[in-house]
Design a protein around this ligand. Sequence first.
Ligand SMILES: *[C@@H]1O[C@H](CO)[C@@H](O)[C@H](O)[C@H]1NC(C)=O
Ligand SMILES: *[C@@H]1O[C@H](CO)[C@@H](O)[C@H](O)[C@H]1NC(C)=O
Ligand SMILES: *[C@@H]1O[C@H](CO)[C@@H](O)[C@H](O)[C@H]1NC(C)=O
Ligand SMILES: *[C@@H]1O[C@H](CO)[C@@H](O)[C@H](O)[C@H]1NC(C)=O
Ligand SMILES: *[C@@H]1O[C@H](CO)[C@@H](O)[C@H](O)[C@H]1NC(C)=O
Ligand SMILES: *[C@@H]1O[C@H](CO)[C@@H](O)[C@H](O)[C@H]1NC(C)=O
Ligand SMILES: *[C@@H]1O[C@H](CO)[C@@H](O)[C@H](O)[C@H]1NC(C)=O
Ligand SMILES: *[C@@H]1O[C@H](CO)[C@@H](O)[C@H](O)[C@H]1NC(C)=O
Ligand SMILES: *[C@@H]1O[C@H](CO)[C@@H](O)[C@H](O)[C@H]1NC(C)=O
Ligand SMILES: *[C@@H]1O[C@H](CO)[C@@H](O)[C@H](O)[C@H]1NC(C)=O
Ligand SMILES: *[C@@H]1O[C@H](CO)[C@@H](O)[C@H](O)[C@H]1NC(C)=O
Ligand SMILES: CC(=O)N[C@H]1CO[C@H](CO)[C@@H](O)[C@@H]1O
Length: 832
Amino acid sequence: MLLLLFLLFLSHPHLTLSLNQDGLYLQQFKLQLSDPTNSLSNWNDRDETPCKWFGITCNSVTGRVISVDLDNLELAGPFPTILCRLSSLSYLSLGNNFINSSLPADISMCSRLQHLNLSQNVLVGPIPDTLPQIPTLQLLDLSGNNLSGDIPVSFGEFRQLEFLHLYHNFLNGTIHSSLGNISTLKELKLAYNPFTPSLIPSEFGNLTNLEALWLTLCNLVGSIPPSLGRLIRLKNFDLSSNKLSGSIPSSIVQLKSVVQIELYDNSLSGGLPLGISNLTNLKKFDASMNELTGTIPDGLCELKLESLNLHYNRLEGSLPESISRSPNLYELKLFNNTLSGQLPSELGKNSLLQYLDVSYNQFSDTLGKCQSLNRVRLKNNKLSGTVPEAFWGLPGTYLLELVENSLSGHVSTAISGAHNLSQLLISNNQFSGLIPDELGRLGNLVEFIGSHNNLSGHIPTSLVKLSQLGRLDLSDNELSGGIPSGIHTCKKLNDLNLANNRMDGKIPNEIGSLSVLNYLDLSGNSFSGKIPLELQNLKLNLLNLSNNQLSGEIPPLYANGNYRNSFLENPGLCVAVKKLRGASKKDGRSVSSEKDEFDVEVETLGKIRHKNILRLWCCCNTGDNKLLVYEYMPNGSLGDRLHNSNVSLLDWPTRDVKSNNILLDDEYGAKVADFGVAKVISRISQGAASMSVIAGSCGYIAPEYAYTLRVNEKSDIYSFGVVILELITGKLPIDPEYGEKDLVNWVSTSLDEKGIDHVIDSNLDSKYKEEICKVLSIGLRCTSPLPINRPSMRRVVKMLQEVAQGAKLKTGKDGMLSPYYYEDALDQESIV
Ligand SMILES: *[C@@H]1O[C@H](CO)[C@@H](O)[C@H](O)[C@H]1NC(C)=O
Ligand SMILES: *[C@@H]1O[C@H](CO)[C@@H](O)[C@H](O)[C@H]1NC(C)=O
Ligand SMILES: *[C@@H]1O[C@H](CO)[C@@H](O)[C@H](O)[C@H]1NC(C)=O
Ligand SMILES: *[C@@H]1O[C@H](CO)[C@@H](O)[C@H](O)[C@H]1NC(C)=O
Ligand SMILES: *[C@@H]1O[C@H](CO)[C@@H](O)[C@H](O)[C@H]1NC(C)=O
Ligand SMILES: *[C@@H]1O[C@H](CO)[C@@H](O)[C@H](O)[C@H]1NC(C)=O
Ligand SMILES: *[C@@H]1O[C@H](CO)[C@@H](O)[C@H](O)[C@H]1NC(C)=O
Ligand SMILES: *[C@@H]1O[C@H](CO)[C@@H](O)[C@H](O)[C@H]1NC(C)=O
Ligand SMILES: *[C@@H]1O[C@H](CO)[C@@H](O)[C@H](O)[C@H]1NC(C)=O
Ligand SMILES: *[C@@H]1O[C@H](CO)[C@@H](O)[C@H](O)[C@H]1NC(C)=O
Ligand SMILES: *[C@@H]1O[C@H](CO)[C@@H](O)[C@H](O)[C@H]1NC(C)=O
Ligand SMILES: CC(=O)N[C@H]1CO[C@H](CO)[C@@H](O)[C@@H]1O
């Protein structure tokens, strides 16, 4: 008989050498799929069996294929039902491919399967309810697909299923209690599915073999069923990020195997269960972001926890000292509660505590002997007293945040031991004394925020060695001295805030080479000298040099409305007019052919344009409400008559123009006067002292000064009126031409005797005669001999603005003239 078979074999070699049936099915499977990486290239159809093919395992006795294991191969195509014809197939794993169909109902033909892993594909549609008809199935992993619909109720019929992974799909039905029937289950992972709001079925308490229950983001509502306490083999219990309410059932203390409990981001209320100390295997407990009340049970802190997160709750009372004895604790986050009392004194002594965050509580008293902390956040508590030496120098610490407490004493020189310190945040305390030189040794320091303390002395020069420093905020202290030289080496400095100290000296030019500097606040000090032009190299979001003693010109780049509050209260500062002068000519009446470069963002209060001469009343952007009057001749378009300004005299304090608000910076005046294009208005201020300044330009002084020797608002108006007359006539306030008279007398006399054309500067464009006349009228009212007849500055400005908007106003919608305008119009008639 054997011989016969042997002969048969020899005579029909093609039969015996051909691929067996399992192999033929697999070849069909290969044909249905796209295999872009040629992973199945050794699937040779001239082989007798597929047993040596990549990914295939056969039973050594029967020779039948029992396992197809083709994870991570970029295989694409529909689910290969053909594989179910492999009658011994018990293991099918096609994880992390591109299987892109829905799952067919006849998948149940894979009737011997124990292990079905189709995770990380692009399966769509519902999960077939026929799956439980595979009685041997132990593992079903469909996670990471695009499956939708319900988990079939039939799943309750699984008899041997141990692993059910359906997380990361689009399952949108409810979570059915039938799952509680699968008593063999060890892992139930349904996380990250948009289920319709479901309760946790109390039947889940029947899953007493369960080791992992993962229900994050499953749209769970209602309370946690106490039955879950029966899950005595459960190690990993995760109900985070749902909408669970009610209290944590005390039965959870029966989860005696549990290692990790995640309840964060729900709406759980009530207290933490007391008997929790029974959970001796517990390493991680996170019930943060709930509405828990009551105290932290001592028992919880006695466990060998690695991580305890209870932040964002309403817990109160103290933090049990026992927590610091926990040998493995690396993370303790309790921020945003109302915990109080003393912080355990030995935190980090018995473990490498990497994250300590107890910010936003009411811990009080002093800091203990904490050690080996990596990330320390104690912000916003009521800690007081001094910080222990050792605390400053914790060698492993990279974040030390003590912000918003009442800590006092010095920043210790021991800080040099904190080699890894990257963020030192100690603002809003009562630290005093010097900033230690040793800080300059912390080569990893990125951020030093020490604002709102009582730090004094100089900023140590050593700080410029901090090449990683990105943010230095020492505002609101008592620091003195200058900005350390060499600051340009802090190449990463992004934010420098030294506001409100007692610093002085010059602002070093080298600040302009801090190329990433974005925020520069030096306000509220006594810095003096000029603002370095180099600051123009920076791209600053915030620049504040207000309240210093700076003088000279504001760099042109910053002389615009965007920086209106950047230079307040620096009496010596003025808008730079370099460009302007460049465009002027010496005779003061001709106009440069150069393009007008004047930055019209200077707050313009009024301007008259005649021919190409633009005359402006400006509120200098030093922001301190000083009125500047410029006359200059840029070559711009007539369209932008009145710059839309937010700040105008109208916003000024009640006494419209404080006398010392009318000022043309001496420096500017002198320079521009050289070119003869600007008129220096006098500095008029209250008090005899400054009257001497005006003495040289008495043409501006109101006649009543002769007998009152006092200036008030009305005399300011007079002076301003003189300026207007100057601008209109092109004449100086006093000139031998007038004989005994001054400009004001000359104008009124000439108007009477020779008419308006004789008065108006012949260089002015007659096209704008109407406006010119109106402005002249305003000038005359301002210089009225009787103070009472002079308008208020508020009104003057209004009138000037209206002239500028003249035509538009006249055809205003309501067809009415504004009261001011109406008055003025009457006045003008008498002049024109
Ligand atoms: C599935 O993948 C195959 C191979 O890339 C492709 O030809 C087919 O169009 C895909 N089907 C769907 C429904 O996306
Ligand atoms: C399923 O396959 C994926 C991809 O290989 C793997 O990461 C995952 O662990 C498998 N699932 C189970 C439950 O073994
Ligand atoms: C699967 O879902 C992802 C979103 O998670 C989507 O980008 C993708 O287009 C979906 N694919 C299919 C085949 O539905
Ligand atoms: C579930 O999702 C599917 C596919 O997006 C959709 O057709 C069905 O209406 C959804 N069902 C529910 C209850 O939202
Ligand atoms: C639960 O299991 C029993 C057998 O133990 C079975 O008869 C019943 O149909 C199952 N229930 C559901 C809802 O699947
Ligand atoms: C399952 O749990 C439910 C409710 O918790 C209970 O009524 C039922 O008797 C349990 N069934 C089994 C088979 O344990
Ligand atoms: C804690 O465990 C002890 C001993 O195993 C047991 O007697 C006690 O009842 C348990 N407490 C709770 C609240 O489960
Ligand atoms: C400092 O940081 C480095 C790298 O982050 C780390 O390897 C080192 O252990 C830290 N030093 C201390 C004393 O913790
Ligand atoms: C700052 O120090 C002075 C004395 O040097 C003290 O009077 C003042 O209260 C301190 N301020 C703060 C906020 O600690
Ligand atoms: C600069 O600081 C002063 C106070 O010193 C403040 O009034 C002003 O608004 C600040 N300017 C800017 C731009 O923040
Ligand atoms: C002013 O500029 C315009 C166009 O830019 C030019 O045509 C005109 O000649 C210039 N006038 C003077 C006086 O430079
Ligand atoms: C004490 C405290 O800081 N509570 C804050 C906790 O967090 C909520 C939400 O952010 C805040 O509103 C509380 O002020």
